[in-house]
Design a protein around this ligand. Structure first.
Ligand code: UT7
Length: 320
């Protein structure tokens, strides 16, 4: 039985760190409102010349170093992003080029917004389990600051830029134990960027539109269910989970999932305060932070979960 094992992780945040008080000088908000409603304290904003691929490549270099691998040993690159550098080609091929991977292995993006890393990790796992890849680089990278309306206090305080990366390698030992992906397009209006280029013009808003309370309720319900499903389907039990590594959008949503699973806050990796909602980047950012801080250790069991626009959501059970 082939498993996909996490060989190394890395992350990268842009240098420009913006506090809640900084934002309160620009829009009608406050540190108190943002902190109590979301848990967010800071977000990082990419410089004008810093692209999603730059953030992703920086995180990937760190993950490769942690895995003690050279870039050319990678035979699959998957990038989860909703903020690609260009309409095409994929950000994955741009990162492949920036890393100097010249072995001709496949590289492509997956688009599942905040659930993107769950989708990318699960896809890479399937490649490795089927023998189609031996060493995969899975990246979540976003520049959401470019698609938020900085005059809309209901959304601009929530999001930030960043990237996280994981190197997966084929192994006889687990590894990714089980994963579950889900989507329901009937909820697409809860969270979207409706704009698109048609006839040389942007038709519709190019900014994030969100029904915050609607997303909140849906997220709480579906994350609890998918977490239960993945644990049950794996023949696993909640008490054996060492760490919940959730999508970092809102501390209240994370607390709700942890409470549902009867996991105390000491078993939850929480980084939303440091970088806000970085969409597809948030789970690998949290995972890397947990590993770097020494909280997450080898052989521990991790439950990763995320949800976002689509709606799309998923959870992955991993032995680190
Ligand atoms: O990755 C998945 C993507 N998104 C999410 O996970 C977000 C899920 N939703 C949420 O996290 C929460 O719904 C929010 C944090 C977005 C909003 O919190 P809420 O408790 O649901 O607030 P609300 O939208 O119901 O707004 C409450 C009040 C409103 O004022 P009134 O109508 O009560 O006078 C808003 O206008 O808060 C006001 N408000 C703000 N006030 C200060 C909205 N945004 C702000 C703000 N600062 N930034």
């Amino acid at each position: 039985m082939q498993y996909a094992k996490i060989l190394g992780t890395g992350s990268h945040l842009p240098a420009n760190r913006v506090s809640n008080d900084d934002l309160a000088k620009k829009v009608d908000t406050s540190d108190e409102w943002i902190t109590t409603r979301t848990g967010i304290k800071f977000r990082h904003i990419a410089a004008d010349d810093e692209k999603t691929s730059d953030l992703g490549a920086a995180a990937a270099r760190r993950a490769l170093a942690a895995a003690n691998l050279s870039a050319d040993e990678i035979d699959l690159v998957i990038v989860a992003t909703a903020t690609p550098d260009m309409q095409f080609p994929s950000t994955a091929t741009i990162i492949q080029q920036k890393l100097g991977i010249t072995n001709g292995s496949p590289a492509f993006d997956v688009q599942a917004v905040c659930a993107g890393f769950m989708y990318a990790l699960t896809t890479a796992n399937a490649y490795i389990k089927s023998g189609m890849a031996k060493k995969a680089l899975v990246i979540g990278a976003e520049t959401f600051s470019r698609i938020v309306d900085w005059n809309d206090r209901a959304t601009c305080v929530l999001f930030g830029d960043g990237a996280g990366a994981v190197v997966l390698g084929a192994s006889d030992e687990p590894g990714i134990i089980h994963s579950k992906l889900q989507a329901d397009g009937n909820y697409l209006d809860l969270l979207k960027v409706p704009g698109q280029i048609a006839g040389g013009k942007i038709c519709g808003s190019p900014y994030v539109k969100m029904d915050g309370p609607g997303v909140f309720k849906f997220a709480v319900k579906m994350l609890a269910k998918v977490a239960d499903d993945v644990i049950r389907e794996a023949g696993f039990t909640t008490d054996k989970i060492d760490w919940l590594v959730p999508h970092q959008a809102n501390k209240r949503i994370i607390d709700s999932t942890a409470k549902h699973l009867h996991l105390p806050s000491e078993k939850v990796i929480l980084t939303v305060q440091d970088h806000g909602n970085t969409s597809a980047a948030s789970i690998p950012l949290a995972l890397d932070a947990g590993i770097q801080s020494g909280q997450i250790r080898r052989d521990q069991h991790l439950l990763l979960e995320g949800i976002g626009g689509g709606f799309a959501w998923g959870a992955v059970l991993v032995k680190y």
